[in-house]
Design a protein around this ligand. Structure first.
Ligand code: 5GP
Ligand code: MG
Ligand code: MG
Length: 184
């Protein structure tokens, strides 16, 4: 995607590449402080968290292992329903491990609260959550987010792993999609 495509599809750059990098430095430092002397299993939620996982994990000095889950949250259009299906499960036995779930964005929080319940039932030593982005709706759900990059407004964003209809994941920044792209 070149600058012209970007100008057509996005209404603005919400969070720049540099701002993301600086925030990930902060989050990684906090994770290193909190997990000192432990090993952490980073659980990335496919597909959106790929960029966050890659860039956050490379800033963490604590020993980590990494695994991935893919879930689909049934729902229409841009809203999730809380009914979740596992598309790809972990390859790791998490029993007794310190899990850090790595998410791209928390909107309603329904996907995440399901995931935390599901992983808790496998008896890990602990579960914490890191997310790059969080929308205001997430406040209504009882999921404690230990590490949050940015609280953003209730707008549909793309880039840095986040898609609309499979596209825009490769943008290095977070942008707001122009309404005409999704038929608005
Ligand atoms: P929740 O269950 O918290 O409502 O939904 C979380 C999932 O919905 C995210 O992992 C993401 O796939 C999708 N989602 C929520 N808000 C946005 C957004 O603004 N942009 C994009 N691209 N996906 C979003
Ligand atoms: Mg996600
Ligand atoms: Mg998506």
């Amino acid at each position: 995607m070149d600058a012209n495509d970007m100008g057509r599809d996005l209404s603005k750059v919400l969070i720049s590449e540099d701002e993301i990098a600086a925030k990930l430095d902060e989050l990684a430092a906090a994770i290193d402080r909190d997990f000192a002397g432990k090993e952490v299993l980073l659980v990335g939620v496919l597909n959106g968290a790929v960029m966050v996982m890659a860039d956050l994990s490379r800033r963490i000095h604590t020993p980590v292992t990494m695994d991935w889950m893919a879930v689909s949250s049934y729902g229409s259009g841009t809203k999730s329903s809380g009914v979740v299906r596992i598309l790809k499960d972990l390859s790791t036995d998490v029993h007794g491990k310190h899990i850090l779930i790595v998410e791209d964005i928390i909107d309603s929080g329904l996907t995440l609260s399901w995931l935390v319940r599901n992983l808790s039932s496998r008896e890990p030593a602990s579960i914490k959550v890191a997310t790059l982005l969080r929308k205001p709706e997430a406040a209504k759900v009882e999921v404690d987010v230990a590490y949050c990059g940015f609280d953003i407004p209730s707008e549909f964003v793309v880039g840095y792993g986040l898609d609309y209809d499979g596209r825009y994941r490769n943008l290095p920044f977070i942008g707001t999609l122009a309404p005409h792209v999704y038929g608005g």
